[in-house]
Structures are given as C-alpha cells and as structure tokens.
Design a protein around this ligand. Structure first.
Ligand SMILES: C[S@@+](CC[C@H](N)C(=O)[O-])C[C@H]1O[C@@H](n2cnc3c(N)ncnc32)[C@H](O)[C@@H]1O
Length: 288
C-alpha cells in the first residue's frame, strides 16, 4: 500500500491506462484497492495517481501492471510524475457534472452548471478517497437511495470513502448518517465533502473494521467489491432494523449467483430489486 497519511505529498505518479471498456471497472477497483487516488475515466481508459516519488509508488505500480497483464486485458500503462497542481488540473479536465437517477447531480466543487430547479446537488472534492460518483457501483447505490429515501431515516454508510453516499442520503432527507470506513486516509476528504454540502451536522464517521454500533438503522448502504462485502457485512448482521432497507453494490453481474448464495447463508436481507450498469449489479434488500 502506498497511501500516505497527513500532509499531501507534492509529487504524485500519474498513471494513464489505455484499456478496453469491459476491463475498466475491474482495473479501477484494483488500482483503488492498491491505494491510488480515485480514478478519472478518460476517453481511452482511466487515470489514477499514487502519492509520492517513483520509488514510493513502485510496488503499487508493479502490482497494477502484473494484474492487468495477468488477467489478459492487453492494457497499455504509462506513468509520469506530476506535481499536485497538475494533478488537480487533470481532475478538472475529466471530472464533469454527472446526472445520476432522476434528480441527483454530482458536481465537482469548482463547477457551477445551470440545473433544473428540482436538481439535488452533491458537491465533491476529488481526493484520495474513492467516491466521485464516476463509478457505476456508486451510481447504482445513488439510484437506489433516490428510490428508497422518504425523509427522516437514520442511515449507515459502510465503506464511506469520500462520503458521497451518506451525503446523498442526507440531501434526500435522511435525519442522520453514520459512515464507517477502514481507511483513516479517507477521513479528511469525507469531512471536507460533508462541509462542502452543508451537511456536517448530520454526519459522523467511525474509522474501524469492527464497528461499535449503539443504535439500529433504517437504511444501510455498502459499495465495495464482492470480496470486501463478504468480509465486512457479517459485522452488520443486526445493524439495520427489520423492515428496513439495505442497498448493496460492487458485485460483477457475472457473480450474481454466488453473491445471492452468500446473502442467503449469512444475512437476513432479502433482495427485492436488482439493477445492472455495464458489468456491475446492485441490490435493494429488505431486512427480515
Ligand atoms: C468502492 S469504495 C466506495 C466509496 C463510496 N462509498 C462510494 O460508493 O463511492 C469502498 C470503500 O470501502 C472501504 N472499506 C473496505 N473494506 C471495509 C470494511 N471492512 N469496513 C469499512 N470500510 C471498508 C474502502 O476503504 C473504500 O473506501
């Protein structure tokens, strides 16, 4: 892992990956899992950045290249050092306002597009934490939240990252949100984004793999790749009250059957709706 905590390093290693669309999400997930910054999708693939000098990022870069080669993507990977200012400029070139669902818009913090009056805006500062809304798995969760949220709910955001899902829930009327995250490096961006959206009062964050929950929630949402969902979710067996809703995303549609088998065996959550976006599938579950 190359994530560094505290002050942002001045130098980053910008990685440009040219890759076929069918491999894009897997490759991004892998890069994020290695500790890269959130990914920016480009017309030919994606870019990520690892903080630090080339030697600091070498291990992660090597692992990314071997992975992409090993699964037969045929991806072309090039790297160049960039200073933080250029990385920020890079974000600005690729991270654009995105509509999700009917009324949700994810907007980079520097943009002020003209939107319809009923638009619900979530402002995001791209940073080390995953969660700019450019990834289908995040978008699936946001679409389900738009359908499910009625107002006044307590919401648990498991694997909160940038805070985008908790912030979305609050913008849709949630009363409160608890985010849980294992990566302490996400905390700064989580709180920045809460502040950008004016929802800091309603949202808190626990950094832990084994949460201490002193209440039961009405809605739970988790977006992580399947192996992490399966490792984390048993800790949340009783976290959402019977009759409540759990939204899950991060599973490849081709692994639908195995994930359903996991849920059947391990959790009292019954799938009532499933949606796909490209290779990904997301689920809305009711708690029994
Ligand atoms: C794919 S990102 C999702 C970020 C954001 N919620 C979104 O939807 O865009 C998954 C996040 O889950 C976190 N994570 C992984 N395993 C976890 C665990 N066992 N408990 C809590 N967070 C975890 C990762 O650090 C990462 O920030």
């Amino acid at each position: 892992m190359t994530k560094q905590q505290g002050k942002e390093p001045a130098v980053w290693q910008l990685v440009n990956v040219v890759i076929k669309p069918k491999w894009l999400e897997l490759a991004i997930d892998f890069a994020i899992g290695l500790g890269s910054s959130a990914a920016v999708e480009t017309p030919s693939g994606f870019q990520v950045a690892f903080p630090g000098a080339e030697s600091d990022a070498a291990e992660a870069l090597g692992a990314l290249k071997s992975y992409l080669l090993g699964i037969g993507t045929g991806a072309e990977v090039s790297t160049m050092p960039v200073v933080e200012r250029d990385w920020n400029a890079n974000w600005k070139a690729f991270f654009k306002p995105t509509q999700i669902g009917d009324r949700l818009w994810v907007i980079p913090e520097w943009e002020n597009p003209d939107l319809l009056g009923d638009a619900i805006v979530i402002r995001i500062r791209p940073a080390m934490a995953f969660g700019t809304g450019t990834h289908e798995t995040t978008q699936l969760c946001m679409e389900f939240l738009e359908t499910v949220m009625k107002g006044g709910e307590s919401v648990l955001d498991i694997g909160a990252g940038s805070g985008i899902l908790g912030i979305t829930a609050l913008k849709l009327g949630a009363q409160s949100v608890l985010g849980v995250e294992i990566d302490a490096a996400a905390a700064e961006n989580f709180h920045e984004n809460a502040e950008l959206n004016g929802v800091s009062d309603g949202i808190t964050l626990q950094i832990t793999p084994e949460p201490m929950l002193d209440s039961v929630f009405e809605v739970g949402v988790a977006n992580m790749i399947q192996s992490r969902l399966e490792a984390a979710l048993p800790y949340y067996h009783d976290a959402v009250k019977p009759g409540g809703t759990v939204i899950l995303s991060g599973v490849l549609a081709k692994d639908d059957t195995s994930f359903r088998a996991f849920l059947d065996e391990k959790l009292p959550w019954r799938i009532v709706d499933a949606r796909t976006k490209n290779e990904w599938i997301g689920y809305q579950c009711i708690v029994e």
